[in-house]
Design a protein around this ligand. Structure first.
Ligand SMILES: Nc1ncnc2c1ncn2[C@@H]1O[C@H](COP(=O)(O)OP(=O)(O)O)[C@@H](O)[C@H]1O
Ligand SMILES: [Mg+2]
Length: 240
């Protein structure tokens, strides 16, 4: 269970799991956008390596902002964001790129390249990172197998269902075996069956050792998965 210092218990951090290395930590983080809007207010949480965490909350509550801070898309206005022992805000250039390579990201809208096949969508990042052709081939097959798309490697995104497209985007996120996987409303565009399938895959990756953080406003799905949950409301974090 993540260690969460909420506004309800500001003096004590609560943990049910002792030890373990910290994967992600927010220390009194406030994020104020340039328009003066406070998306997150004095948020503190620590997530250990290998944990699974759901972040729920209504639309506009600050879920995406929290994930963006973790992969350095946004910087905290106050407080510190630590990922893999690094202060994200202090990283520039190569060191930020290197941290980002250790984070897999899945978005609600898949963000696949329409003119490229499933296999190409999954591997183009590895190519850009200079992996050898042999290493790319070695990684591709088990990754597609894991998401159930081995037989569709040569299809294009518009020849796939929404659920399949999302599974391609998960394959792309994990093919480099990142220790941290962030999924921002990964089931937002999917029906219940496909949503369940996606959650099963994310939980399987967690069982293989990845730290997995998933935002969603689907309370029913969260209950069904029986994993730790925190809720964002009006920029503050609460234990569910
Ligand atoms: N770039 C931005 N500039 C100004 N306000 C923003 C920006 N991004 C998000 N917000 C605001 O911050 C709040 C939280 O947004 P977000 O983190 O996207 O919420 P969620 O993902 O929970 O729907 C919202 O009120 C949103 O309008
Ligand atoms: Mg969002």
């Amino acid at each position: 269970m993540p260690i969460l210092t909420t506004q309800e218990n500001t003096d004590k951090s609560v943990s049910t799991e002792e030890g373990g290395k910290t994967a992600v930590q927010l220390r009194s983080v406030t994020k104020t956008y340039t328009n003066g809007y406070d998306a997150l207010l004095d948020v503190s949480i620590e997530i250990k390596q290998g944990e699974f965490l759901f972040i729920t909350g209504p639309s506009g509550s600050g879920k995406s902002t929290l994930l963006k801070l973790l992969y350095g898309e946004e910087l905290p206005t106050q407080g510190e964001v630590i990922v893999d022992e690094f202060n994200v805000a202090a990283l520039r250039g190569d060191r930020l790129s290197s941290l980002r390579r250790r984070i897999g990201i899945v978005f609600q809208d898949y963000k696949l390249i329409p003119q490229r096949t499933v296999a190409e969508n999954v591997t183009f990042v590895l190519q850009a990172q200079g992996f050898t052709r042999k290493e790319i081939q070695r990684r591709l097959e088990p990754t597609l197998k894991l998401v159930g798309l081995l037989s569709k490697a040569d299809r294009f995104p518009d020849q796939l269902s929404g659920g399949e497209q999302q599974r391609v985007s998960i394959a792309r996120a994990i093919v480099g075996t990142p220790p941290l996987l962030l999924a921002d409303e990964p089931t937002g565009n999917l029906d219940p069956d496909n949503s369940w399938q996606v959650m099963q895959i994310l939980q399987k990756l967690n069982s293989f050792g990845a730290t997995v953080i998933v935002t969603t406003h689907d309370e029913q799905l969260v209950r069904r998965c029986n994993q730790p949950v925190v809720q964002v409301r009006n920029g503050r974090l609460y234990r569910k």
